[in-house]
Design a binder for this molecule. Structure first.
Ligand SMILES: NC(=O)c1ccc[n+]([C@@H]2O[C@H](COP(=O)([O-])OP(=O)(O)OC[C@H]3O[C@@H](n4cnc5c(N)ncnc54)[C@H](O)[C@@H]3O)[C@@H](O)[C@H]2O)c1
Length: 283
């Protein structure tokens, strides 16, 4: 008789177990995670989503965000009954990221989920962007993603468990985000986000044997707070004209996608990119 026990890993009807709930897959109960760019619009909403889902969370950002991070961590801890801690780190600084690894282990014990999200977006409509702007954008967005994902996967592998890495890419990774006369980001921005997209796919292949998944979310235009006071209603209309849904996205719409990718709801999803862009990418 051939041994067909290999097929036992594929249950056909899990819902038939009276205690089984598919919604439990979206829970992060007992998990530990960190969010970079945690004081920003997307970061703080993902931190809130993960805390509500039951995870202990480290919110990581630059020291200048202390006045945002300290009360945010206290509010999320209190509201959701989990441990939310602020940690300060420049993600483009290798030594600071190494120290972040130590702090994460001290404050959370381990890391199961990481939202690699810190980023800068320098406006510019000129293809001849200054070298300093190019270098800063690549250092923070791309090298920062590499450094912080690296400590996350090191912790997961050293502690002998799997996990989920979720990176913030962008519509700018897949489309030329050039709005002539409008608030375009510099070309380095799209280059950095395309780099993140491919880096995450490589990690998906390389880390699958360790039970670590790696995916990107690519937001379209999101009313995250960064546009507030920076664009006029005409610019809003111009930016949303190529969006089939004719509006910006919200922070929570991105947070829901990131919760899906972090949680076991996406346990067979790795190396993929989830566009959350109101349909921008269909054209
Ligand atoms: N809002 C959008 O429309 C949109 C669209 C696509 C992608 N994104 C990406 O989403 C991410 C979050 O954007 P957001 O809209 O929340 O912007 P945001 O400016 O509100 O948040 C970015 C956060 O990153 C932090 N940060 C910047 N440099 C850092 C560094 N060196 N080290 C640590 N932290 C640093 C900032 O302090 C800030 O809190 C960014 O990577 C951005 O490129 C945003």
């Amino acid at each position: 008789m051939p041994d067909d026990s290999i097929f036992d890993q594929y249950p056909l009807d899990q819902w038939k177990d009276p205690d089984h709930r598919i919604m439990d897959r979206f829970s992060l109960k007992g998990k530990k995670g960190f969010v970079t760019g945690g004081a920003g619009g997307l970061g703080r909403n993902v931190a809130a989503a993960w805390a509500e889902a039951g995870a202990d969370v480290a919110i990581v950002d630059l020291p200048r965000t202390r006045e945002t991070l300290e009360p945010l961590a206290a509010e999320l801890s209190e509201r959701y009954g989990v441990n939310v801690v602020p940690l300060y780190c420049d993600v483009s600084d290798r030594e600071q990221v190494d120290m972040l690894k130590t702090s994460l282990i001290e404050r959370l014990g381990t890391v199961d989920v990481a939202f690699i999200n810190a980023g800068v977006n320098v406006p510019g409509d000129d293809a001849d962007e200054p070298y300093e702007v190019w270098q800063k954008t690549i250092d923070i967005n791309l090298t920062g993603a590499y450094l912080t994902a690296r400590i996350a996967q090191h912790i997961m592998r050293e502690h002998g468990h799997g996990g989920s890495l979720v990176f913030t890419s962008s519509l700018s990774a897949h489309n030329a985000n050039f709005i002539g006369g409008g608030p375009s980001p510099v070309a380095a921005y799209g280059a950095s986000k395309a780099g993140i997209y491919e880096y995450a796919r490589y990690l998906a292949a390389a880390l699958a044997p360790y039970g670590i998944r790696s995916n990107t979310v690519s937001p379209g235009y999101v009313w995250s707070g960064i546009f507030e006071g920076r664009i006029v209603p005409e610019a809003h209309d111009m930016m949303t004209a190529p969006v089939p849904m004719r509006r910006f996205g919200t922070n929570e719409e991105i947070a829901a996608a990131v919760l899906f990718l972090a949680s076991d709801a996406s346990s067979y999803v790795t190396g993929t990119n989830l566009q959350v862009d109101g349909g921008y990418s269909v054209y």
